[in-house]
Design a protein around this ligand. Sequence first.
Ligand SMILES: [Mn+2]
Length: 284
Amino acid sequence: MSTIDIVGDIHGHVDQLLCLLSKLGYQRSNSNSSFSHPDGRIVAFVGDLINKGPASSAVIDIVRGMSDSGSALAVLGNHEFNLLAAVVVGDKKVQKKYRDHLDWFRTLPFSLEFGGIRVVHAVWHPASLKVIARRTCIDEDFMQRAITKGTPQHVAIQTVLKGIKVPIPRDQKYKDRFGIARGKGRIRWWLDPRGLSYADLIFPAYAGASASSGPSDEELTDAEPYPIDEPPVFIGHYCLPVKEPKIHGNVACVDGCVTCDGVLWAYRYSGERTLDPVHLVHSD
Ligand SMILES: [Mn+2]
Protein backbone atom coordinates (compact mmCIF):
# COMPACT_ATOMS: atom_id res chain seq x y z
CA MET A 1 0.00 0.00 0.00
CA SER A 2 1.19 3.52 -0.75
CA THR A 3 1.94 5.43 2.41
CA ILE A 4 3.27 8.83 1.51
CA ASP A 5 3.19 12.11 3.41
CA ILE A 6 3.21 15.03 1.01
CA VAL A 7 4.68 18.19 2.54
CA GLY A 8 4.13 21.74 1.25
CA ASP A 9 6.60 24.55 0.47
CA ILE A 10 8.92 24.94 3.48
CA HIS A 11 10.77 28.12 2.45
CA GLY A 12 13.43 27.85 5.12
CA HIS A 13 11.04 27.47 8.06
CA VAL A 14 12.84 24.64 9.81
CA ASP A 15 10.92 24.83 13.11
CA GLN A 16 7.63 24.19 11.33
CA LEU A 17 9.23 21.34 9.38
CA LEU A 18 10.49 19.69 12.58
CA CYS A 19 7.10 20.13 14.20
CA LEU A 20 5.28 18.65 11.23
CA LEU A 21 7.64 15.67 10.84
CA SER A 22 7.14 14.87 14.51
CA LYS A 23 3.34 15.15 14.19
CA LEU A 24 3.49 12.78 11.22
CA GLY A 25 5.44 10.29 13.33
CA TYR A 26 8.92 10.68 11.83
CA GLN A 27 11.83 10.13 14.20
CA ARG A 28 15.38 11.37 14.00
CA SER A 29 17.82 8.54 13.37
CA ASN A 30 20.73 8.60 15.79
CA SER A 31 23.59 10.98 15.13
CA ASN A 32 22.51 12.54 11.83
CA SER A 33 19.82 14.80 10.51
CA SER A 34 17.91 12.04 8.79
CA PHE A 35 14.38 11.23 9.83
CA SER A 36 12.50 8.04 9.18
CA HIS A 37 9.08 6.61 9.98
CA PRO A 38 8.66 3.43 12.06
CA ASP A 39 5.97 2.22 9.63
CA GLY A 40 8.14 2.85 6.59
CA ARG A 41 6.14 5.85 5.39
CA ILE A 42 8.04 8.29 3.19
CA VAL A 43 7.75 12.02 2.51
CA ALA A 44 7.27 13.67 -0.87
CA PHE A 45 8.36 17.32 -0.81
CA VAL A 46 6.65 19.56 -3.39
CA GLY A 47 9.64 21.93 -3.84
CA ASP A 48 10.43 25.48 -2.67
CA LEU A 49 12.53 24.32 0.25
CA ILE A 50 14.49 27.59 0.29
CA ASN A 51 14.30 31.41 0.60
CA LYS A 52 12.04 33.69 2.68
CA GLY A 53 12.39 31.87 6.02
CA PRO A 54 15.27 31.96 8.52
CA ALA A 55 16.94 28.57 8.03
CA SER A 56 17.09 27.33 4.45
CA SER A 57 20.37 25.47 5.08
CA ALA A 58 18.90 23.49 7.96
CA VAL A 59 15.86 22.62 5.83
CA ILE A 60 18.06 21.42 2.97
CA ASP A 61 20.12 19.29 5.39
CA ILE A 62 16.97 17.53 6.61
CA VAL A 63 15.47 16.97 3.16
CA ARG A 64 18.80 15.80 1.69
CA GLY A 65 19.38 13.52 4.66
CA MET A 66 15.97 11.97 4.24
CA SER A 67 16.33 11.64 0.51
CA ASP A 68 19.82 10.06 0.81
CA SER A 69 18.49 7.50 3.27
CA GLY A 70 15.44 6.69 1.16
CA SER A 71 12.80 8.21 3.41
CA ALA A 72 11.95 11.13 1.13
CA LEU A 73 11.64 12.27 -2.48
CA ALA A 74 11.44 15.84 -3.69
CA VAL A 75 10.57 17.76 -6.84
CA LEU A 76 12.05 21.07 -7.93
CA GLY A 77 10.20 24.30 -7.04
CA ASN A 78 10.41 27.63 -8.83
CA HIS A 79 12.71 28.99 -6.10
CA GLU A 80 15.27 26.24 -6.67
CA PHE A 81 14.95 26.60 -10.43
CA ASN A 82 15.47 30.38 -10.22
CA LEU A 83 18.57 29.79 -8.11
CA LEU A 84 20.03 27.38 -10.67
CA ALA A 85 19.15 29.79 -13.48
CA ALA A 86 20.98 32.58 -11.63
CA VAL A 87 24.06 30.36 -11.41
CA VAL A 88 23.98 29.72 -15.17
CA VAL A 89 24.00 33.44 -15.99
CA GLY A 90 26.78 34.07 -13.46
CA ASP A 91 24.69 36.13 -11.06
CA LYS A 92 27.05 37.28 -8.28
CA LYS A 93 24.20 37.45 -5.76
CA VAL A 94 23.84 33.66 -5.48
CA GLN A 95 23.97 33.11 -1.74
CA LYS A 96 26.99 31.31 -0.33
CA LYS A 97 24.86 29.01 1.80
CA TYR A 98 23.38 27.41 -1.32
CA ARG A 99 26.64 26.71 -3.14
CA ASP A 100 27.24 23.28 -1.59
CA HIS A 101 23.74 22.21 -2.57
CA LEU A 102 23.58 23.27 -6.22
CA ASP A 103 24.59 19.85 -7.54
CA TRP A 104 21.88 18.22 -5.46
CA PHE A 105 19.23 20.71 -6.61
CA ARG A 106 20.24 19.91 -10.19
CA THR A 107 19.30 16.28 -9.66
CA LEU A 108 15.73 17.02 -8.58
CA PRO A 109 13.03 16.02 -11.06
CA PHE A 110 10.30 18.41 -12.23
CA SER A 111 7.63 15.85 -11.45
CA LEU A 112 7.19 12.48 -9.79
CA GLU A 113 4.77 9.67 -10.36
CA PHE A 114 5.01 6.84 -7.85
CA GLY A 115 2.94 4.90 -5.35
CA GLY A 116 -0.27 5.80 -7.15
CA ILE A 117 0.19 9.58 -6.89
CA ARG A 118 1.64 12.44 -8.92
CA VAL A 119 3.66 15.30 -7.47
CA VAL A 120 4.60 18.56 -9.16
CA HIS A 121 5.25 22.07 -7.84
CA ALA A 122 2.41 23.99 -9.51
CA VAL A 123 0.64 22.37 -12.49
CA TRP A 124 0.31 18.80 -13.76
CA HIS A 125 0.31 19.80 -17.40
CA PRO A 126 0.90 16.82 -19.72
CA ALA A 127 1.90 18.90 -22.76
CA SER A 128 4.60 20.69 -20.74
CA LEU A 129 5.71 17.60 -18.87
CA LYS A 130 6.26 15.92 -22.22
CA VAL A 131 8.66 18.71 -23.27
CA ILE A 132 10.76 18.32 -20.10
CA ALA A 133 10.33 14.56 -19.61
CA ARG A 134 13.35 12.90 -17.99
CA ARG A 135 15.24 16.22 -17.99
CA THR A 136 16.92 17.74 -14.98
CA CYS A 137 18.99 20.86 -14.53
CA ILE A 138 22.18 18.75 -14.67
CA ASP A 139 21.88 18.90 -18.46
CA GLU A 140 23.65 22.13 -19.41
CA ASP A 141 22.23 22.32 -22.90
CA PHE A 142 18.72 21.83 -21.56
CA MET A 143 19.33 24.45 -18.86
CA GLN A 144 20.44 26.97 -21.47
CA ARG A 145 17.18 26.47 -23.37
CA ALA A 146 15.17 26.46 -20.16
CA ILE A 147 16.33 29.96 -19.24
CA THR A 148 15.87 31.39 -22.73
CA LYS A 149 12.51 33.12 -23.10
CA GLY A 150 10.26 31.75 -25.79
CA THR A 151 11.80 28.28 -26.09
CA PRO A 152 9.43 25.33 -25.58
CA GLN A 153 11.51 24.31 -22.55
CA HIS A 154 11.15 27.76 -20.94
CA VAL A 155 7.43 27.86 -21.56
CA ALA A 156 7.00 24.36 -20.16
CA ILE A 157 8.94 25.13 -16.99
CA GLN A 158 7.06 28.38 -16.40
CA THR A 159 3.80 26.45 -16.57
CA VAL A 160 4.81 23.48 -14.47
CA LEU A 161 6.62 25.47 -11.75
CA LYS A 162 4.66 28.73 -11.65
CA GLY A 163 1.11 28.04 -12.75
CA ILE A 164 -1.18 28.93 -15.63
CA LYS A 165 -2.06 32.61 -15.51
CA VAL A 166 -4.70 34.82 -17.08
CA PRO A 167 -4.73 38.63 -17.29
CA ILE A 168 -6.87 40.29 -14.61
CA PRO A 169 -9.11 43.10 -15.98
CA ARG A 170 -8.12 46.53 -14.66
CA ASP A 171 -11.37 47.01 -12.73
CA GLN A 172 -10.63 43.98 -10.54
CA LYS A 173 -7.75 45.09 -8.33
CA TYR A 174 -5.86 41.94 -7.46
CA LYS A 175 -3.28 41.75 -4.70
CA ASP A 176 -1.53 38.56 -3.68
CA ARG A 177 -0.94 37.52 -0.08
CA PHE A 178 2.20 39.61 0.12
CA GLY A 179 0.19 42.71 -0.87
CA ILE A 180 1.75 42.87 -4.31
CA ALA A 181 -0.62 44.04 -7.07
CA ARG A 182 -0.76 41.47 -9.84
CA GLY A 183 -1.79 41.96 -13.45
CA LYS A 184 -2.27 38.24 -13.82
CA GLY A 185 -3.92 35.59 -11.69
CA ARG A 186 -3.22 31.87 -11.42
CA ILE A 187 -6.10 29.62 -12.35
CA ARG A 188 -7.55 26.37 -11.04
CA TRP A 189 -5.84 24.52 -13.85
CA TRP A 190 -7.63 21.22 -13.18
CA LEU A 191 -11.01 22.67 -14.22
CA ASP A 192 -12.41 22.93 -17.71
CA PRO A 193 -12.35 26.74 -17.85
CA ARG A 194 -14.88 27.24 -20.64
CA GLY A 195 -17.70 29.46 -19.43
CA LEU A 196 -16.22 29.94 -15.96
CA SER A 197 -15.88 33.37 -14.32
CA TYR A 198 -12.81 34.94 -12.73
CA ALA A 199 -14.36 34.10 -9.34
CA ASP A 200 -14.65 30.44 -10.36
CA LEU A 201 -11.16 30.27 -11.79
CA ILE A 202 -8.66 32.34 -9.83
CA PHE A 203 -6.76 30.31 -7.23
CA PRO A 204 -6.71 30.99 -4.39
CA ALA A 205 -10.03 32.85 -4.36
CA TYR A 206 -9.94 36.63 -4.06
CA ALA A 207 -12.77 38.92 -3.10
CA GLY A 208 -12.52 41.30 -6.05
CA ALA A 209 -12.93 38.66 -8.75
CA SER A 210 -15.95 39.04 -11.04
CA ALA A 211 -18.53 36.26 -10.85
CA SER A 212 -20.16 37.46 -14.06
CA SER A 213 -17.23 37.62 -16.46
CA GLY A 214 -14.29 35.39 -17.22
CA PRO A 215 -11.19 35.15 -19.36
CA SER A 216 -11.59 34.80 -23.12
CA ASP A 217 -10.98 31.48 -24.85
CA GLU A 218 -7.83 33.01 -26.29
CA GLU A 219 -6.48 33.63 -22.80
CA LEU A 220 -7.14 30.02 -21.89
CA THR A 221 -5.41 28.17 -24.71
CA ASP A 222 -2.85 26.63 -22.30
CA ALA A 223 -5.51 25.11 -20.06
CA GLU A 224 -5.45 21.33 -19.91
CA PRO A 225 -8.11 20.19 -17.42
CA TYR A 226 -7.24 17.24 -15.20
CA PRO A 227 -9.54 14.21 -15.55
CA ILE A 228 -11.22 13.10 -12.34
CA ASP A 229 -10.31 9.44 -12.95
CA GLU A 230 -6.55 10.10 -13.12
CA PRO A 231 -4.28 9.52 -10.09
CA PRO A 232 -4.30 12.11 -7.29
CA VAL A 233 -1.98 15.08 -7.91
CA PHE A 234 -0.24 16.93 -5.08
CA ILE A 235 1.02 20.47 -5.59
CA GLY A 236 2.47 23.32 -3.54
CA HIS A 237 3.13 26.89 -4.69
CA TYR A 238 -0.23 28.67 -4.23
CA CYS A 239 0.24 30.11 -0.75
CA LEU A 240 -3.27 29.27 0.40
CA PRO A 241 -4.87 31.10 3.33
CA VAL A 242 -5.55 28.88 6.36
CA LYS A 243 -9.27 28.54 5.60
CA GLU A 244 -8.93 28.08 1.82
CA PRO A 245 -9.98 24.55 0.80
CA LYS A 246 -6.92 22.51 -0.13
CA ILE A 247 -8.57 19.55 -1.80
CA HIS A 248 -10.35 19.83 -5.13
CA GLY A 249 -11.39 16.40 -6.34
CA ASN A 250 -8.20 14.51 -7.09
CA VAL A 251 -5.96 17.60 -6.76
CA ALA A 252 -4.56 18.66 -3.38
CA CYS A 253 -2.56 21.84 -2.76
CA VAL A 254 -0.52 21.43 0.42
CA ASP A 255 1.04 24.90 0.35
CA GLY A 256 -0.66 26.82 3.15
CA CYS A 257 1.86 29.68 3.03
CA VAL A 258 4.18 29.05 5.93
CA THR A 259 5.70 32.50 5.46
CA CYS A 260 2.38 34.38 5.83
CA ASP A 261 0.64 32.19 8.38
CA GLY A 262 3.45 30.30 10.11
CA VAL A 263 1.80 26.98 9.36
CA LEU A 264 3.23 24.14 7.28
CA TRP A 265 0.80 21.62 5.78
CA ALA A 266 0.96 17.99 4.74
CA TYR A 267 -1.40 15.36 3.40
CA ARG A 268 -1.14 11.87 4.86
CA TYR A 269 -1.82 9.59 1.90
CA SER A 270 -2.51 5.90 2.46
CA GLY A 271 -3.67 4.71 -0.94
CA GLU A 272 -7.24 6.05 -0.78
CA ARG A 273 -8.96 6.62 -4.10
CA THR A 274 -10.74 9.74 -2.91
CA LEU A 275 -8.73 12.50 -1.25
CA ASP A 276 -10.23 13.70 2.02
CA PRO A 277 -9.44 16.85 4.07
CA VAL A 278 -9.45 14.63 7.17
CA HIS A 279 -5.96 13.52 6.11
CA LEU A 280 -4.50 17.04 6.16
CA VAL A 281 -2.03 17.70 8.97
CA HIS A 282 -0.38 20.99 9.88
CA SER A 283 2.34 22.26 12.15
CA ASP A 284 1.24 24.09 15.32
MN1 LIG B 1 6.52 28.16 -5.51
